[in-house]
Design a protein around this ligand. Sequence first.
Ligand SMILES: NC(=O)c1ccc[n+]([C@@H]2O[C@H](COP(=O)([O-])OP(=O)(O)OC[C@H]3O[C@@H](n4cnc5c(N)ncnc54)[C@H](OP(=O)(O)O)[C@@H]3O)[C@@H](O)[C@H]2O)c1
Length: 291
Amino acid sequence: MRYLIFGAKGQLGREFVKWLSGGLVESLKGKTVEWIGVGREECDISDLNQVLELFESTKPNVVVNCAAYNLVDKAEEDYVSAVKVNSVGVRNLAFACNRYRAFLVHYSTDYVFDGKKENALYIEDDKPNPLNEYGKSKLIGEEFIKEEIDNFLILRVSWVYGEGRQNFIYKLLKWAENNDYLKISYDEISVPTSTRTIVDVTLKALKEGLEGLYHLTNSGYASRYEWAKKVFKIKKVNKFIYPVSSEIFNLPAKRPKFSAMSNEKVSQELNIEIPSWEEELVDWLNRRMEE
Ligand SMILES: NC(=O)c1ccc[n+]([C@@H]2O[C@H](COP(=O)([O-])OP(=O)(O)OC[C@H]3O[C@@H](n4cnc5c(N)ncnc54)[C@H](OP(=O)(O)O)[C@@H]3O)[C@@H](O)[C@H]2O)c1
């Protein structure tokens, strides 16, 4: 098996590299796995020629796409850049996977939903209706995959955190260093999900030969305010957090109020229990403090 990982320098890509290089992969035991991780400098996924050249030289069996344009607010004024990576880039990978008979694993987002579903978590059969340009570009990416290839795994994830700076926990702890108190929204609700959970479940899904579209999050859900409170409790940060409406931030991109997704389908198919967001957060932060 040869894995080719795109976006290997992002937070999810780095977690894949860590698992594959550190022998943490219980689900791949007994198989010889070679892997290659590439960042944007080695291969820009929006350039089909670069993608095809890399496929020709590496001949992967499994392609994991962790590359994305994730700047949700910036995408409002720079939709072209978001589409280049999240839609065209994804189509390029799907096209190359089809040509080289490789299996594609791709990550999408809860921001494909408008957050207006009432009293229930979003499931795979719910109709997407993105509110912002980032969500639109990611949804087009999903559609391109379905058009180009039959064998794929699309995993919609939410509020991803891992090592790196492009996540809420990092930003929260930075804000806490520089402010006496913080204002965090109580009316944005989704599921904080660790890169560790995502990699673990993805590798199990690959082992079991799962195909199609699935929601992959930690279990349960939380507001940003609840998430922040929990981080401060674990890290013993003694700063006051005001729960506020997200409206006061006046951000360029609209965000869904409630985009929490259910992981029931993937859990049932793999016969696994995915840890709750709280359990995972406690363990993840405690381990980081020990390192
Ligand atoms: N982060 C979240 O909260 C969140 C929420 C929902 C879904 N997701 C999805 O989860 C997946 C993983 O996200 P993440 O948090 O790991 O993202 P990330 O940390 O922002 O990493 C994305 C990586 O993609 C690279 N990239 C950007 N444009 C590229 C291009 N044209 N060609 C090749 N590489 C390119 C980036 O490189 P540069 O740094 O050089 O730009 C970066 O290393 C993505 O599909 C994302 O949309 C994330």
